[in-house]
Ligand binder design. Structure first.
Ligand code: PGA
Length: 261
């Protein structure tokens, strides 16, 4: 489970620094993961590193992580709503857990776009993930069009409400706020914009879960890199980062990880 992240009574002891490798990673790239393992070997109580590679790499990574004194969690990038069955090409949350994953990203904007994923499907995926013992990282975020019309907060909160499964425990959920216009573009939301949206998400979580809503980690994602990580991670209600491009480079990922120390 999510260790010290977001547990009631000990909120945010560690920032979650999550790498999303997307559709990148061949066997040779296990070297990058090994470098990350070596870099975190000293261990720390301020940040929890996680890498979400393509599913083909999960078992190798969990084995490497288990053999190392480094502490790097491994996660999936998506899961099916079911446990087993006739769903060619799909991967269930139970399979991810069985391969050693402890987290899974659901509802990333690229899946919402590429696979027409809806909030209700994402809630079902998150539910399946939690039932499999994984922590679900639920992604939300607005397009530039929505931001330009001034409807960001309303849109993001609607996604939040509809993408979290009913009756879920707060310790099994992480929210990732990723403005679509900042993903892979080099554009980053300003710290004011991040503070505003994260503050609204926090309020909505408290409204939904009561005081336990204060313990759900909220990650920022969208062109986070070594040069901006420290200032973003210092923003109120930013409890970690979801990092795409920069997580493919061990030095960059480790630099972001160290920004959280
Ligand atoms: P990026 O991706 O860091 O490359 O912008 C973030 C994400 O999509 O999770």
């Amino acid at each position: 489970m999510s260790e010290a992240i977001g547990k009631t009574g000990e909120p945010f002891m560690r920032k979650l620094i999550a790498g999303n490798w997307k559709m990148n990673g061949l066997k040779a790239d296990l070297q990058t993961f090994e470098k990350i393992l070596t870099g975190v070997e000293a261990g720390n109580d301020a940040a929890l590193p996680l890498i979400c590679p393509p599913v083909t790499m999960i078992m190798s990574m969990t084995a490497l992580s288990a053999d190392s004194s480094g502490q790097v969690k491994v996660g999936g990038q998506d899961c099916h709503t079911g446990v087993t069955g006739a769903h060619t090409g799909d991967i269930s949350a139970d399979m991810l857990a069985n391969a050693g994953a402890s987290y899974v990203i659901v509802g990333h904007s690229e899946r919402r776009t590429d696979h027409n994923e809806t909030n209700s499907l994402i809630a079902q995926k998150a539910d399946a993930a939690i039932k499999a013992g994984l922590v679900a990282i639920i992604c939300i975020g607005e397009s530039l069009e929505i931001r330009n019309t001034g409807a960001t907060e309303e849109f993001v909160l609607e996604q939040l409400a509809a993408s979290i499964p009913a009756d879920c425990k707060t310790e099994s959920v992480v929210i990732a706020y990723e403005p679509i216009w900042a993903i892979g573009t080099g554009l980053t939301a300003s710290t004011e914009q991040i503070a505003e949206v994260h503050g609204a998400i926090r309020k909505a979580l408290i409204k939904r879960f009561g005081e336990e809503g204060a313990t759900v980690p909220i990650l920022y994602g969208g062109s986070m890199k070594p040069g901006n990580a420290a200032s973003i991670l210092a923003v109120e209600n930013v409890n970690g980062g979801l990092i795409g491009g920069a997580s493919l480079n061990a030095e960059d990922f480790l630099s972001i990880y160290r920004s959280a120390l």
